[in-house]
Ligand binder design. Structure first.
Ligand code: PLP
Length: 404
């Protein structure tokens, strides 16, 4: 279907989320289209205000007293806020702490500890590098066998791919809810149920799905999950990540990085580690207060916009990009490296051509910022709150012009 610029303008005029664009700090003049919000979300103006206010009122004003006056509770409080806004998680199961990599290590190891005697971990070959490396490390240290899945649908893993490998020897299955390369959106309910049917636990990585698609961790009976907050949550470069552990696992939860702030009665400084009750024991050391305050702003704007409206806009942006792909890019030799079916597609559209790396540098010089992923893909990120349809349209037209 042909999509003209006036068509994109009409989509903007009808967009119920259009007003959210003004919540963000302005984009620099040299940027024509920011299509990388799936790697680093744009800053909300409210984050700059909250940080300035925090420095003056709380850090300068309260000094060390701030810790007992509320900072120490922020990991769980804001975890609950993010859980309600974007994760489908009831309170008491989510904390904000550490990086995704560290949380993923803790979560997978905790899951292994909950399934003693089982010898296998299942993960897909197309998973994000950090996830593959952490699993390799854990398998080496614990004498476990890694079962590598290879996806069939643009790298996506469906229940059929799992049927062949899941058995009673699998301790943990881990997958990304949205694949970082293709944007394939896994069926969380079906995959989780398939793992549970053989008694395995599931650790989901939600980096690309938190803030871009509705997630129902409790309803899907997910065991553990982790994710970052600097992509669609927009909490800033290196913002702390989150961990979710289903309440039914709390009484036997044993994560490997035993730190003082995950201990019962931290400030008693006692000998010997005893985990704090509940999700608090997923914490290891001192939380990043500035980072958590930014996560709070990101969660609040998701709650205000509503995750269903966010999802609807992402689908709309994605359908426009795919129409433009069919009309302009496929004839230039690009291949669609994302699912065509919007039900299976997350918050970005990947297109592939052998010169993608070099093309990406020329796009960047022209003010269009997508990202390159080896070996030959360009990801077009569709941040639903700051982006207008016209900005995406303009970006794709520059891709077309520079690719001809
Ligand atoms: C972005 C991303 C990460 C990032 O991990 P960090 O520890 O924040 O660097 C991990 N896993 C997936 C699937 C990602 O998309």
């Amino acid at each position: 279907m042909t999509v003209t610029r006036p068509d994109a303008q009409a989509l903007d005029a009808a967009d119920p989320l259009a007003a959210f664009g003004s919540r963000y700090l302005p984009q620099p003049d040299d940027v024509v289209a920011y299509l990388d919000g799936n790697s680093l979300g744009r800053p909300l103006a409210s984050i700059a205000e909250v940080w300035t206010d925090f420095a003056h009122q709380q850090w300068a004003g309260r000094l060390i007293r701030g810790w007992t006056e509320g900072w120490m509770d922020l990991p769980e409080k804001v975890g609950d806020e993010l859980g309600a806004a974007a994760l489908g998680a009831a309170p008491g199961q989510t904390v904000i702490a550490d990086s995704t990599t560290v949380n993923f290590y803790k979560a997978v190891r905790a899951a292994i500890n909950l399934r003693p005697g089982r010898r296998k971990i299942v993960i897909d070959r197309d998973n994000f590098p950090t996830n593959r490396y952490v699993v390799e490390s854990l398998a080496k240290d614990h004498g476990l066998e890694i079962v590598w899945l290879i996806g069939t649908d643009v790298g996506g893993i469906g229940p059929d791919d799992l049927a062949a490998v899941l058995d009673e020897d699998v301790a943990v299955l881990t997958m990304s809810h949205i694949a970082y390369h293709s944007g394939y959106l896994a069926d969380m309910a079906a995959v989780t149920a398939a793992a549970h049917a053989v008694g395995a636990l599931v650790v989901w990585d939600l980096c690309h799905s938190v803030g871009s698609v509705p997630i129902s961790l409790d309803a899907c009976d997910v065991d553990l999950a982790v994710g970052c907050t600097y992509k669609f949550v927009g909490a800033g470069p290196g913002a702390p990540a989150f961990s979710y552990v289903n309440a039914r696992h709390h009484d036997r939860l044993d994560q490997p990085i035993w730190g003082w702030l995950g201990r019962q009665d931290s400030f008693e400084m006692e000998q010997g580690y005893v985990p704090a009750a509940g999700i608090r024991s997923m914490i290891s050391g001192t939380p990043s207060v500035l980072g958590i305050l930014a996560v709070r702003e990101g969660a609040a704007v998701i709650a205000e916009a509503g995750i269903d409206a966010i999802r609807a806009k992402i689908v709309g942006l994605g359908e426009m990009v795919i129409d433009l792909f069919d009309e302009h890019l496929q004839p230039l030799g690009f291949r669609l490296a994302s699912p065509r079916d919007p039900i299976r597609r997350g918050g970005h559209v990947s297109i592939a051509r052998s010169d993608a790396r070099e093309l990406c540098s020329r796009l960047t010089a022209a003010g269009v910022l997508p990202d390159f992923r080896t070996p030959d893909a360009i990801r077009i990120g569709l941040s639903p709150l700051p982006l207008r349809f016209t900005e995406v349209w303009d970006g794709v037209s520059v891709i077309r012009d520079l690719s001809a």
